[in-house]
Every structure is written in structure tokens, then in C-alpha cells.
Design a protein around this ligand. Sequence first.
Ligand SMILES: Nc1ncnc2c1ncn2[C@@H]1O[C@H](COP(=O)(O)OP(=O)(O)OP(=O)(O)O)[C@@H](O)[C@H]1O
Length: 314
Amino acid sequence: MITLKEVTKFFGSFKVIDSISLNVEKGEFFVILGKSGSGKTTLLRLIAGLEKVSSGKILISNEDVTDLPPSKRDIGMVFQSYALYPNKKVFENLMIALENSEINKKDKEERIIEISKQLEIYHLMDKYPAQLSGGQQQRVAIAKALVKRPKVLLMDEPLSNLDVQLRYSARKLIKKVQKEFNITTIYVTHDSNEALAIADRIGVIDKGRLLQVGIPEDIYNNPLSKEVASLVGNPPMSFVKIDGKIIGVRPDNIIIKDNGTYEGIVSNCEFWGSYYLIYIDFIDNEVKAISKERIKEGSKVKFDFISYKVFSND
Ligand SMILES: Nc1ncnc2c1ncn2[C@@H]1O[C@H](COP(=O)(O)OP(=O)(O)OP(=O)(O)O)[C@@H](O)[C@H]1O
């Protein structure tokens, strides 16, 4: 449905996107995960047509859109800033979104009513954006993108301005609407828990390169490289050098016990709600383990690895 063929983007001599090839299926919720500066937004802007590729091709529904302007790509976009017109009411904001659509006024109104009810903003039609909460503005921004019934929805960290509680309900709503309308979606985030929670598949990006693509369980359990492993999971994986090998181990795979093989000193103990996160210094390494009980900083502890992954790269 969305196909990228060796898409590359330079800003001057700086390669921001490095030969990315990717297929996103129709109706799929695809998440691009990467840290700040990895090229996520640039990739999304290339797909939207807001930036021109330096080389490579972009296809939507098998049509080559590489040289088409954004308005000709049948795409809805939701960005971090909601991009609502402050001096227009919600209804007018949604009408403007349909400005270039060829359907008649009555059909436009019907569409707006339908999507507004879906997103539970119907009662806000006569309000100005400034009179809405962040979560309501965000839903209006999503409605603006969806009312056009785009084939493709591109979302760039749309929930980053919301508080934690609202993020959970908003992402559930986004997924529900996306599935209901069967919209092919690419969603960008730096939050690995968010990516694991909502994605059908995840593409992990670093320094403009696509490192791994897979379902959330695969990305979490079988990261192919240290880079991917370090980006996925919170609390994050620890990397330790043992017998010349680099191994990655998740905190819940370290068990602290009196007869453990390894020994270290607790350097920090954090309360994470249902457990404590214990930082343990040993030899030249630091590992993070979880514990049901608080352990004093400076204590000596013994531990074992229940399971781990070997990475050859240092
Ligand atoms: N118009 C531009 N001109 C030059 N360099 C740019 C431009 N836009 C982005 N960059 C650079 O490209 C790199 C990738 O930026 P991009 O915004 O795509 O990253 P990101 O992964 O979305 O980051 P964040 O999560 O912080 O938004 C960064 O190093 C950035 O400084």
C-alpha cells in the first residue's frame, strides 16, 4: 500500500535518510520508532511530499507519487502541533479540511458529523480551539485528518503534548478509528512502550537507517542488534561484557539471589511502582535488575541471568 524504494535524503552533504526500503500493508498500523534526530520526521515528511527525496521512489497504492505535491497524495496528517485555525470554530476548521474536496456541502456536513461523533467532539462544534483542552484539540486535529477519508494517515508524535492518562485513552481511540476506517497508518514516536503497545509492526530507525522491521513481540524479544535492543523496552536492556562477549539482558531476566554466580554492589535503587529497579555495579559493567524489595545502596548482591542475548558488536 505504501512502498518506499531506496529512499534517500540529503540536507546539504548530510545524509538524513539512508536508502530506506519498506512496504506498509493496506490497513496496517505501522510505527516508526527512533530516538531524537534519527530521521523519523524527515521520513514522514518525504512520504507526505513536504520534502523532496534526493533519490529513490515512493508509491502509494502502486502509484508512483515521488514527484506529486502533498495535495495529490491522498494523505491525512497529524503532527505534534495540532495546526488548528485559532480564529475558526471547530466546525469551520473541519470544513476547511474539506475545502478542496469535490463533494457537495451537504455531504461535507454529514461527514463532519459522522467523524465528530466517532471522536466524541460533536458537542464542541461551536467552540474555538483555545476553548478546548489539549486532548480535545488533539481529537479535532485527528478529525481534520480523517474527514478527508485519506487512504493514508501520517502521524508524528501526535500525543506528545498530552498528559499520561490522556495519552492512554487517546492512543486507544486512534487505533479504534484507524481499524474501523481501515486506514493505512504510519505513526512516528520515540517512546518504545507506545510503539510496542499500538503497532501492528514497528520499524526501528537510527541515523537514517532502517535497522529492523517486525511485529512488536519480535522487536522486543529478538532484537537483531545492540542498537535496536537499546531502543526498545523501558526499563532498558543492560549490556555487559562477559568472557569477551557482549550480552544484553533485560531487567526482568536478572534474578537476585544469595547463591547467584555474579556479585556486584547496588549503586542505585528506584521505586517503579510494582517493583524496584536496582542498578548493580560489577567489574566494569552496570546492570539493571528488578526486585520486589528495596535494596540499600552500597549493599553487596549476588545474581544470575535467566536469559540474555549475545551481541557480537561492541
Ligand atoms: N531542513 C533541514 N535542514 C537541515 N537539517 C535538517 C533539516 N531537517 C532536519 N534536519 C536534521 O536531520 C536530522 C533528522 O531530523 P528529524 O527531524 O527527521 O529527526 P527526528 O527523528 O524526527 O527527531 P525528533 O524526534 O527530535 O523530532 C537531524 O539531525 C536534523 O538536525
